[in-house]
Design a protein around this ligand. Structure first.
Ligand SMILES: C[S@@+](CC[C@H](N)C(=O)[O-])C[C@H]1O[C@@H](n2cnc3c(N)ncnc32)[C@H](O)[C@@H]1O
Length: 241
């Protein structure tokens, strides 16, 4: 980045105490630090979330996932958010469905620390646990999940070098899935069905070129690919028969 866009400069001006501090903040942004890390927070729907170098900055596309998911269920009792990061999806869904039990997991201890801070910051009671995908979920949830949402890492290793500098500042575990980019989606697709209640809904964010391959990764469930506002393939939606 060689210049700060005016709307970003306005946001930095709002948090700087004086000109010297503003110059420091501008230098950090020009060096590639995400704007939300500098601000220390990010909006996600109605929520204000702590974000820093331990977690991905929640994206508008993921708010799109939240919109789709929350419209597809009525009075869910059990909600799961895999790969929760800052806790954005889990906390937004708890706010939307206060009586639901919400379980969120992440392989990164750092991410679960941030999600825990966000749980207290937003006064929302969700269950958070560290571990690989479904591993930390209580076995009692098998066959009981009404809604499962996930924004997994889905970028291939060989695409890393060409990512924008601010994306490279985010945790690599949050963006890079493995050699093909599909590894985490495939692991989810292979075992999600047994966690779902009949009629339960799965919504998974994907990369825009992954529609066909990601849909085929959901082995036991019928799937459809949904697009984002820019008409790009962005979500796999599956409903357990
Ligand atoms: C793309 S970020 C999504 C974060 C958050 N859900 C959001 O939408 O802003 C992916 C998250 O998945 C986590 N992750 C990566 N591999 C995982 C795995 N095998 N099991 C659980 N979490 C994983 C990363 O630590 C990261 O927090």
């Amino acid at each position: 980045m060689s210049q700060i866009p005016p709307h970003e400069l306005t946001r930095l001006e709002a948090i700087a105490d004086d000109t010297a501090e503003l110059e420091q903040l501008v230098a950090r942004r020009l060096d590639g630090e995400p704007l939300q890390y500098i601000e220390g927070s990010a909006a996600f729907g109605p929520l204000d979330l702590l974000v820093d170098e331990r977690v991905l900055v929640p994206r508008p596309e993921t708010e799109g996932l939240y919109e789709i998911a929350s419209k597809m269920v009525r009075n869910p009792e059990v909600i799961v958010d895999l790969c929760t990061g800052s806790g954005a999806l889990a906390l937004a869904l708890k706010r939307e469905f206060p009586t639901a039990a919400v379980f969120a997991t992440d392989i990164s201890e750092d991410a679960i620390e941030v999600a825990t801070e966000n749980k207290y910051r937003n006064r929302l009671d969700i269950y958070l646990a560290v571990g690989d995908l479904f591993d930390p979920l209580p076995a009692s949830l098998l066959g009981e999940v009404d809604l499962l949402v996930v924004n997994p890492p889905y970028i291939a290793e060989n695409e890393y070098d060409s990512l924008p500098e601010d994306v490279k500042r985010e945790p690599k575990v949050a963006t890079i899935a493995g050699p093909t980019g599909l590894e985490v989606i495939q692991a989810i697709g292979a075992s999600v069905s047994r966690w779902m209640r009949p009629g339960g809904v799965v919504v998974c964010e994907i990369g825009e070129t992954q529609g066909t391959s990601a849909a085929g990764s959901f082995l036991d469930l019928p799937t459809v690919v949904r697009k984002d506002l820019a008409d790009r393939d962005r979500y796999i939606v599956a409903v357990k028969p």
